[in-house]
Design a protein around this ligand. Structure first.
Ligand code: HEM
Length: 494
């Protein structure tokens, strides 16, 4: 994209007129997906979005998306007003912290999410998959949204605290508290006016009580673990042991609790949503489903998948990516300009809100050929060079790219392969896909599907999940994508 030498005023950025006073605020609440998709097609890669009291722009041009992501923590910031809405729940966790606090926390947390460190979670993912397969036995219909939510809730909570018998005994209590906090954050994100920021409304009081409860449980576990001197391989254990590679400093108890709440919030519904849409798309696209079944049958030969199978499950990985292209769980990401900034040939004002929309970016005909077609081969090695790196951003990009990318890919591909191996899901006539643009892309009121077994049940005990071979790199091949590693956050190139 060639920018003109003299940038034009932001008032010339094309965009819809909107309603008097309200602009497009109502459409953004009612049907945000149609809105962002349509205005992108009509007005292009940067669109002025009239909003009450706010100068806002929707970005889908990959160069501008790249600018917004890569400049975050430099010339672009996370919107302070948005952070303020949710910091009661997330504190100084990775999603909401900024500046030096974020840099330090990311340096500490990054090494926990490398493929090598995550390998230890393999048996847990395999177990949750086996339990899901078992739960579906004898059933003819499932709610795919609910089922994936169930699996991921198990997975995330057990991943966080698996090695605490006490936590596992209080699983429901922990799950209820974290879910209540999740719902609170989701409401805060979408509410047009955060009227209760300083008011003790019932929902705020409930959330505060839940936070106190979960923090009490975490503090108990941390104290007991410190007293016993034992090391633990779950996420809580990794957070306790993690050190800033520069200073050797670890996280305080409050910071550990902030990070636990943050990781739950960031890792639970996102992955569940990506899996639910993958299954829904496969039910509608029989050619692709059969190709996936053939791959899974060939690679696995009838045994349940393990992390070591992931490199061979190439088509499964492509399907998962294509599902996240069409239905990116993080469908809208907010940024703000702290200074007047030139972008895309326009001079955007200080304080402008930037909507970086993976949904609009992934569905723009300017970025993709036949963008609405389900075509997992877009992500085949031969075609990966066909699209701009920042035309596909389900995990964001730049220094603040999702720290859980590797984990999400491992969970998503392994669970997808294991479910397709054992079951065929089909559409229920009349069942409509209804979505809500909440904190994540949400399948409203669930989505029912018929389920039929594909293979006779194989003998496999739930606890007998095979341990992965530590000598192999088992992560899916994401090499052509914007792949985070244990690298330092600020070092990621644009
Ligand atoms: C399919 C699943 C997932 C999707 C689509 C997803 C998407 C994203 C996106 C788009 C961002 C960047 C937000 C921004 O730039 O403002 C992000 C950040 C983050 N994600 Fe994920 N995520 C997923 C799974 C996970 C998992 C499994 C974890 C960890 C358990 C996780 C933890 C985080 C954290 C901590 C951040 C904040 C990183 C930072 O600002 O330094 N995510 N995620």
């Amino acid at each position: 994209m060639i920018a003109p030498t003299t940038p034009r005023p932001y008032t010339e950025v094309p965009g819809p007129k909107g309603r008097p006073f309200l602009g497009v605020a109502r459409e953004l609440l009612d049907d945000p997906f149609t809105l962002v998709e349509q205005v992108t097609v009509e007005y292009g890669g940067i669109v002025r979005m009239p909003m009450p009291g706010q100068t806002a722009f929707l970005l889908s041009d990959p160069d501008l998306v790249q600018f917004a992501f890569v400049q975050t923590e430099r010339a672009v910031i996370k919107p302070p007003a948005l952070i303020q809405r949710v910091d009661m729940v997330l504190g100084t966790g990775l999603v909401t912290s900024v500046g030096e606090t974020w840099k330090r926390n990311r340096r500490i947390v990054n090494p926990m999410f490398t493929r090598e460190r995550l390998h230890g979670l393999g048996p847990l993912i395999e177990t949750v998959l086996a339990e899901t397969v078992e739960r579906w036995q004898g059933r003819t219909m499932i709610d795919v949204r609910q089922e994936m939510g169930h699996a991921l809730l198990d997975l995330v909570i057990r991943g966080l605290f698996a090695e605490s018998q006490e936590a596992m005994a209080r699983f429901d209590d922990i799950a209820d508290s974290l879910l209540e906090l999740f719902r609170f954050v989701a409401r805060q994100f979408v509410s047009a006016i955060p009227y209760d920021l300083y008011l003790p409304t019932p929902s705020r009081l409930r959330a505060r009580a839940r936070r106190k409860r979960i923090d009490g449980i975490i503090a108990d576990m941390v104290h007991k673990r410190r007293a016993s001197g034992q090391q633990h391989g779950d996420i809580l254990g990794l957070l306790m042991e993690a050190r800033d590679p520069d200073t050797g400093e670890g996280l305080s108890l409050d910071e550990i609790a902030d990070e636990v709440r943050t990781l739950f919030l960031a890792g639970y519904e996102t992955t569940a949503t990506a899996l639910a849409f993958s299954l829904q798309l496969l039910a509608e696209h029989h050619v692709e489903r059969e190709r996936l079944e053939a791959e899974v049958d060939r690679v696995l030969g009838g045994r349940p998948p393990t992390l070591d199978d992931l490199p061979a499950l190439t088509y499964t990985t492509q399907v998962f990516h294509e599902a996240m292209r069409l239905y990116p769980p993080a469908w809208l990401i907010g940024r703000e300009l702290p200074e007047e900034t030139e972008m895309g040939g326009y001079l955007l004002p200080k304080g402008a809100l930037l909507f970086v929309s993976p949904w609009a970016t992934h569905r723009s005909p300017a970025n993709w050929e036949a963008p609405l077609a389900f075509d997992p081969d877009r992500f085949s090695p031969e075609r990966r060079g066909d699209y701009h790196r920042f035309a596909y951003v389900p995990f964001g990009g730049g220094a603040r790219k999702c720290v859980g990318t590797n984990l999400a890919m491992m969970e998503g591909v392994l669970i997808l392969a294991g479910l397709v191996q054992r079951y065929r899901l089909e559409k229920v006539p009349g069942e409509r896909l209804r979505m809500r643009g909440g904190l994540t892309l949400d399948l409203l009121a669930g989505f029912r599907m018929y389920v039929t077994p594909r293979q006779p049940a194989l003998p496999r005990s739930v606890t007998g999940a095979s341990a992965p071979d530590d000598s192999q790199d088992s992560a899916p091949d994401e090499s052509a994508l914007d792949q985070p590693t244990g690298a330092r956050p600020a070092a990621e190139p644009g």
